[in-house]
Each structure stands twice: as C-alpha cells, then as structure tokens.
Design a protein around this ligand. Sequence first.
Ligand code: TMP
Length: 253
Amino acid sequence: MARRKKLYEGKAKILYEGPEPGTLVQYFKDDATAFNAQKKDVIEGKGVLNNRLSEFFMTGLTAIGVPNHFIKRLNMREQLIRQVEIVPLEVIVRNFAAGSMAKRLGLEEGTALPRPIVEFSYKDDALGDPLVPEEYIIAFGWASQQDLDDIVALALRVNDFMAGVMHGVGIKLIDFKIEIGRVWDGDFMRLIVADEISPDSCRLWDIETGRKLDKDVFRQDLGSLSDAYTEVAKRLGVLPTNVTHATKPTLIN
Ligand code: TMP
C-alpha cells in the first residue's frame, strides 16, 4: 500500500494529503500542550473525542449555513476536510472575561462582557501568538479590511451557534478560538471556518457548578482532562460507542 504524504504536523493534529485534489485528511493526536508547548502530556483518547466533537460542531455550522472545511469523518481519529490557505490569525471570541484577557485587564474570571469581543492573535509560535490590532493585520497584508469584516461576521455566527448549543446542555461558553481558511472558486475567494472546534480551543464552564470542562483543566492541573472532555461529549450525545481510553488490548481475567 502506498504511504500517504504527511503535509504538516502541529501540536495536536497532523495533516495528510487527501484522496482527491483540494482535500486533506486531518488526524487528531492525543498530545496536549499548553503555554506554547512548555507543558506537554499525552491524554489517551483526547484525539478521538476532539475528532467527534469537531465533527459535531462543524456539521451543526454547515446545517445553519456557516461555511467550514469539514467534509466527513473517516474513522476514530481522522476526518476529510477541504484544503484551505490558512489566514495566519487566531480569531478569538469572548463572552466572559477569562485567561489572557482577565490577566491583561485585571478582571475577575467569569465577568460578563458588555458584548461579545472579537480579537486577533498573529499565528507565530516563536513569538507566542501575539495579540495584534486590525491595523497591523491590514498593514502587513495578512488580511484585508473586507476579509476582516467577513471574519468577524463568521466568528460571531459561530459564537451564537456554539453558545446556544452549549447552553442547551448546561454549559457556559466563556470564549473560544477559531481559524479561518481561504478557498478559491476560480478568481473568487471565500473565507471558511477551518482547523478544529473542540474543548482544546474553547473555555467551557458547567452552568451549575462552574466546573471547567476544557483545556484549562490541563493548563491549571485541575484533574482529568479526558473526564472533562468525555463529560462534554456525553452531554452533546456524541460519545463514541467504543471505549475511548483503550488504545491497546488489555487482558481480562
Ligand atoms: P486566552 O485567554 O489564553 O488568550 O485564550 C482565549 C481562547 O483561545 C481560549 O478559549 C483558549 C483558546 N486558545 C487556543 O485555542 N489556542 C491557544 O494557543 C491559546 C493561547 C488559546
């Protein structure tokens, strides 16, 4: 069998050449990293859960007309996606203060914001993905003003969808990060949601208890990350039927 070509390996995912031009296979690893990979671990089953969860969110976005890269899930850890040109920005939407915003502004985590706030970081690991104003983005040509208007509109639609879905299962969407890709139809360019949407890239708090159900569990050593992600998947009804933690055969006495 011909070995497929690895095109890119990131901290949590690998991209392989897809079966047809314009497609890629996105593989979800079990690796968890935080603080620009200064903290690392392998969380058994995380890749399986994120593959399912990203499928669930992207499929929902498609259903409400928000264009995204997802085509279909291939297996436990892989999905077929559209190849895009990634815009080198992390697009962050915040509903409540947390993380870097809470720190920067001295706000208590969980403080409601007056409206959803969209901000951009420049995707560059060596620089630690610095927060950048729109001026920089346009001046350096990472995106045009028109692109940014479209990206903000997309991000706010994703926010409304995600906040509503999560609210329905008793979870508050504090904030999240998405990435945007360009696809070309002849001379026309469209912007679509790409990368992944999973508890790796969101902050999710249980509405009743405030329990964190996202990657902050790993960042802040708050307990089992796979338990937290499994809880999110269970509530959304997307838990894989197979046992997610067993990656090797185990002896049953
Ligand atoms: P922040 O508060 O640390 O800036 O994070 C904002 C949101 O972006 C939060 O939901 C976590 C997510 N995020 C990523 O997906 N990748 C990253 O590298 C960072 C720093 C944050």
